[in-house]
Design a protein around this ligand. Structure first.
Ligand code: SF4
Ligand code: SF4
Length: 372
């Protein structure tokens, strides 16, 4: 039976946050902590783009610091790495803004740039994926995501965080090839099944609700959660925020492939129970019901039912990040402001994720609004 450890942490302040991380990881690893000694461990946070920790877009450095300390204490050689979707102007900006550079310099931990290491091709049922070559140098991958809503996959947590192991712009290309949630979730679960983290710890001290993963609102949940079974972990987190796990396409797809369990009855909770920390009225993305329309119907209804990015001209600085991340070539800069070509746009919303100034919102057709 999978263990899911839920540990309270009312803030990111030290030493409380490190103690919560230690409690959660010790509870799920048990005697397996002895396996850590002498291992090379890669810690993979969610560093979506160059936002400061207090924005709630990325895993908080205090949580990553707690995980670094835990694995070092048990004799591992540790590094931190990711390939942020919004690193179109270089990963160093992301390391700096998210607090990861300061954390890793203070602890003497190397930061690994997945884009610089190149990639290896891996396949799932004939579908090919580029995976960061850097991962080959480590014995264990430890995933440290942030709990957020997601405009495409409803939530992003344990399973989706692994997608960051696909280097750089190749993530956008996969989004372009799979604009619908079910198809994209299949690709996300493919990548997840290729990497399979050894253990996952989710930062839910401050989660994101509404139009996540980058333009939602902060929601204080005051806990962290750890498990070896990512499917169980995502299912448990979904229930805590009032979402049926079967509605989350990545969980549904992973269950279909028997990559874990979602049944609460078959999980063990060694610390808090989900009902101790469950919240009501957690806001899901505004476009979510539109995304439930089956792919074929969505294709037929495309002219009537749509969700498209819309640029706030006052907020746009003309930085061009959205242009660089758009694999469809639908974003251009005109007179220093981003502009969307709706005919080319496939509604993947990568631009919404990547914009560092929260200038890309979404708008829905009248019929889409009626459906939601
Ligand atoms: S919308 Fe404007 S501010 Fe946002 S990424 Fe595009 S160019 Fe930059
Ligand atoms: S404009 Fe935005 S939503 Fe449309 S295809 Fe490009 S990145 Fe995706």
């Amino acid at each position: 039976m999978p263990l899911v450890a839920l540990a309270q942490s009312p803030s990111y302040r030290s030493p409380g946050i490190e103690q919560a991380v230690e409690r959660a990881l010790s509870s799920v690893l048990g005697d397996d902590v002895t396996l850590i000694t002498g291992k090379r461990v890669l810690i993979k946070p969610n560093l979506l783009s160059a936002r400061e920790p207090e924005r709630g877009v990325t895993t908080h450095p205090a949580v990553v610091g707690g995980v670094v300390d835990f694995f070092r204490k048990h004799g591992a050689e540790v590094a931190v790495g990711d390939s942020p979707a919004g690193a179109v102007r270089g990963v160093k900006r992301v390391w700096e803004a998210t607090g990861m550079l300061e954390l890793c310099e203070a602890r003497g931990v190397p930061l690994v740039n997945f884009e610089a290491s190149g990639c290896i091709e891996r396949s799932v049922d004939g579908r090919d994926y580029p995976i960061a070559r850097a991962l080959l140098e480590y014995d264990l991958v430890v995933s440290v995501p942030k709990l957020k809503t997601h405009v495409l996959t409803l939530i992003t947590a344990a399973i989706k965080n692994v997608f960051g192991c696909v280097p750089g712009f190749q993530k956008s290309t996969l989004h372009l090839e799979h604009p619908r949630p079910d198809a994209m979730s299949k690709a996300l679960v493919d990548v997840f099944s290729l990497v399979l983290p050894w253990v996952t710890l989710v930062d839910a001290v401050e989660a994101m609700e509404g139009d996540g993963p980058s333009s939602g609102s902060l929601r204080r949940l005051n806990f962290i959660a750890a498990a070896r079974d990512c499917v169980a972990l995502d299912a448990c987190l979904s229930r805590i925020i009032g979402i049926d796990p079967e509605r989350v396409p990545t969980t549904r797809e992973a269950l279909r492939r028997n990559l874990g369990t979602a049944s609460a009855d078959s999980m063990v909770f060694p610390l808090l129970r989900p009902e101790d920390i469950a919240v009501s009225d957690f806001k899901v993305p505004g476009n979510w019901k539109y995304k439930l329309i089956p792919g074929i119907a969505a294709g037929l209804l495309r002219r009537l039912v749509w969700v498209l990015p819309v640029v706030d001209e006052d907020a746009c600085t003309g930085c061009g990040d959205c242009v660089r991340v758009c694999a469809a070539g639908a974003m251009t800069l005109e007179a220093g402001c981003a502009s969307v070509d709706n005919d080319l746009c496939v509604s993947c919303l990568c631009c919404h994720e990547a914009c560092p100034h929260f200038a890309v919102g979404t708008r829905m057709s009248r019929l889409a609004r009626l459906l939601v």
